[in-house]
Design a protein around this ligand. Structure first.
Ligand code: CAA
Length: 399
């Protein structure tokens, strides 16, 4: 599908592919077993300049867009889904700064992120507020030129490794639409503590933990964008731009599992011939490849819509996330099936793809929430279909 990509996209894709094959693939299963952050992989990503893809040039970045980001995530995830998110989560954490940060905040943080020295996380979800992202209880009380934060965050991907965390907290509990604000919290700020670190089914090389905030007193200069009350909107705008990255992770995982299934199907002999010669296996491979191609095309189209600032970017971002991640679950499960009994075993490569794929249907908004977002936007946009109304008879007129 190279024809869907620009020369710049292809350069990023090829650069990421080289690092993924040479550095990520040989280490992926080791870090999965150890459930350890792969610092050597992170260094390789930074040395190849990949951590600066989405950061504007004036802040030390490469000035790429969401599609550039997606092709990198796809290639990394094709070799290791954990590495895909370990990389992409830095975009999720830093998009709020890009979208809404003050000039001072951008100059302070973006160059370090671009160099791969500052790792960042995105602290929205809480124990009681997952899909209902507006129902946060973490509190940030104003105190002169400071805010005092108390509460905790859950499923903070990259949090235990991160130096910086974009955290959303309630600044005005009396307001409905201006309740929440974003804060840029550094790991060594007093009252900031990494809590329980999760033991996960997949994406095991990237740590996911709780964040505990106890009288964490921060200067108002850490308030995202310098104005309170815009946090929910900024979080939603961020997710619109980050969800194609999750979808690209899913495409990479599906492609990686399909690659292994293709090799195995030609290698594995049963009834005196390779299983790839059986039509039932061929049907599975054909369906897998077709779904991956469809998912990839939608992800690229959605990323282009985001880069172009399309009015429909929220809808396309949700569509590609739900479609590609459902495809990833189907295709990685089918790959395990093609490997048969071996596929279920940890000595073989494909069960990791299936475990890594599952979370893509859940994080950055469950696929149920994506469908809700798509449907809400479809209904909002349906005004242009008014010309069809006269063709739908009112039952009374038919009598
Ligand atoms: N862009 C800009 N503004 C938006 C917006 C968007 N995409 N979506 C909503 N808003 C605005 C609305 O216009 C509205 O503004 P006003 O009050 O000024 O009118 C306001 O936000 C509230 O909008 P809604 O009434 O639509 O909000 P809601 O409470 O019904 O929730 C939701 C909408 C889509 C369900 C939202 O809560 C949501 O996306 N939930 C899922 C959250 C999520 O993805 N969490 C994952 C976090 S990250 C993670 O997974 C962990 C990790 O580390 C990887």
């Amino acid at each position: 599908m190279d024809e869907l990509l620009s020369r710049q996209n292809l350069q990023w894709r090829d650069r990421a592919r080289a690092v993924a094959r040479e550095v990520v693939l040989p280490r992926a299963w080791k870090y999965d077993r150890l459930q350890e952050y792969p610092w050597d992989i992170k260094e390789a990503l930074a040395s190849a300049g990949l951590m600066k893809v989405w950061i504007p040039e004036e802040y030390g970045g490469a000035g790429g867009g969401v599609l550039d980001l997606c092709v990198v995530v796809e290639e990394l995830s094709r070799c290791c889904g954990g590495t895909g998110v370990l990389f992409a989560v830095n975009a999720l954490g830093s998009f709020p700064i890009l979208l809404a940060g003050t000039e001072e905040q951008k100059r302070k943080y973006l160059p370090g992120i671009a160099r791969g020295e500052t790792l960042i996380a995105f602290g929205l979800s809480e124990k009681g507020a997952g899909s209902d992202a507006g129902g946060l209880s973490c509190r940030a009380e104003p105190d002169g030129k400071y805010y005092v934060l108390n509460g905790s965050k859950k499923w903070n991907t990259n949090g235990p490794a991160a130096h910086l965390n974009t955290v959303f907290a309630v600044t005005d509990p009396t307001s409905k639409s201006r309740r929440v604000s974003g804060f840029l919290l550094e790991r060594d700020m007093p009252g900031y503590r990494v809590g329980y670190v999760e033991d996960k089914m997949g994406i095991r090389c990237v740590p996911v933990g709780e964040l505990e905030l106890e009288n964490c007193r921060v200067h108002e200069s850490q308030l995202l964008g310098g104005k309170p009350g815009l946090g929910f909107k900024h979080a939603m705008m961020t997710l619109d731009r980050a969800r194609p990255g999750v979808a690209a992770q899913a495409v990479g995982l599906a492609q990686g599992a399909l690659d292994f299934a293709m090799v195995y199907a030609q290698q594995r002999q049963q009834f005196g011939q390779p299983i790839s010669s059986f039509q039932m296996v061929q049907q599975m491979l054909a369906d897998m490849a077709t779904k991956v191609a469809a998912a990839r095309a939608l992800v690229y189209a959605a990323a282009k819509a985001v880069d172009a600032g399309s009015e429909s970017l929220t809808k396309y971002s949700a569509m590609c996330k739900l479609f590609a991640t459902d495809v990833a679950m189907e295709v990685t499960t089918a790959a395990v099936q093609i490997f048969g009994g071996y596929g279920y075993m940890r000595d073989y490569p494909v069960e990791k793809y299936m475990r890594d794929a599952k979370i893509t249907q859940i994080y950055e908004g469950t696929n149920q929430i994506q469908r809700l977002v798509v449907a809400r936007n479809l209904i909002k946009e349906a005004g242009h279909l008014g010309h069809l109304e006269r063709f739908i008879p009112v039952p009374e007129d038919l009598r």
